[in-house]
Design a binder for this molecule. Structure first.
Ligand SMILES: O=C(O)CCC(=O)C(=O)O
Ligand SMILES: [Fe+2]
Length: 313
């Protein structure tokens, strides 16, 4: 069976017509929860540098990477080895065929010690490159959040006012999917079906295909559509916390990565609300026919629980 390609709008972050951008975002988030973002301020050279550094990192000997194992560190930073994660509780697969490396807390000098970096002697440019990328992608994410607020008919500084974006909780996740397909009967995923936990995710990749979305999770069997790569564009998707905020008006869509037989690198930036921000269904997204489906929740508590469930496997 051939897979169809999903048609996603392209949002221009530099456009002066924020009303029309907000309208496109609203439609995209209601229909699919995914869209492309261009003119976001992250230069091509910086993307190239990020993917170079990512490739250098994953080429380190396994024992060096395991010294940074996320399991042994607080703060959710560090390395996750191949097959260590299964995002889809319903799947019996042996774990995802990917390795990853998380860095976070870069906004806050009092938290940044929680990051685990390889020694500067072996990878001197990894840290400055990721710090610079983090700053730029966070700035794009904050500008995008004003458009998202407008898309919800809220003031553009809504997410600032509710304390979401003053020291947001942002994680960069470098991902590496090895190219080999292996020969087993078991179904192997690069990343198994999941939705993201937070507010929005800004994803960049080296262009090797594999990302797919399932726009209707209630339909069986599931229908998966390919998300094509566009050079220089972020693929943006809504996370579960924004779905809660909007009482399911905006969709946190299931997605996965299928192995393509070629090495895929991607970098996800998860922009999540400050941990003390309370995420509560917006009045404008609720009505008598559509009462709030979720109780208010402190962002930090919600995320900790989601991390705990993923790592419990
Ligand atoms: O690597 C990708 O393209 C997707 C990664 C992803 O969905 C995730 O880490 O949440
Ligand atoms: Fe994801």
């Amino acid at each position: 069976m051939t897979t169809e390609t999903v048609n996603l709008p392209i949002i221009d972050l530099s456009s002066s017509d924020s009303i029309s951008s907000a309208a496109s975002i609203r439609q995209a988030c209601i229909e699919c929860g995914f869209f492309y973002l261009v003119n976001h301020g992250v230069e091509e050279e910086l993307f190239a540098e990020v993917f170079d550094q990512s490739s250098n990192f994953f080429s380190l000997p396994l024992e060096d990477k395991l010294k940074l194992d996320r399991k042994h560190h607080s703060g959710h930073s560090g390395y996750t080895p191949l097959f260590s994660e299964n995002l889809d509780f319903a799947s019996s697969s042996k774990g995802d065929s990917k390795e990853s490396y998380y860095v976070g807390n870069l906004y806050d000098p009092t938290q940044s010690h929680l990051n685990k970096w390889p020694s500067e002697d072996i990878l001197p440019s990894l840290r400055p490159t990721m710090e610079s990328y983090y700053r730029k992608v966070l700035s794009a994410g904050k500008r995008l959040s004003s458009l998202i607020a407008l898309a919800l008919n809220l003031d553009e500084d809504f997410f600032d006012k509710v304390g979401a974006l003053n020291k947001p909780r942002g994680f960069l996740r470098l991902l590496h999917y090895p190219g080999e397909l292996g020969s087993t009967d078991e179904e192997i995923y690069g990343a198994s079906a999941h939705s993201d936990y937070g507010m929005v995710t800004l994803l960049a990749s080296n262009g090797v295909p594999g990302l797919q979305v399932c726009r209707d999770k209630s339909k069986q069997p599931r229908v998966w559509e390919d998300v094509l790569h566009i050079d220089g564009a972020f693929i943006v998707n809504i996370g579960d916390m924004l779905e809660r905020w909007t009482n399911c008006l905006f969709r946190s869509t299931l997605h996965r990565v299928m192995p393509a037989g070629r090495e895929r690198y991607s970098v996800a930036f998860f922009m999540d609300p400050n941990e003390d921000c309370v995420v509560e269904c917006l009045a404008s997204c609720c009505s008598e026919e559509s009462p709030p489906r979720f109780p208010p929740v402190r962002s930090g508590d919600y995320l900790e629980e989601r991390f705990r469930l993923t790592n419990a496997i």
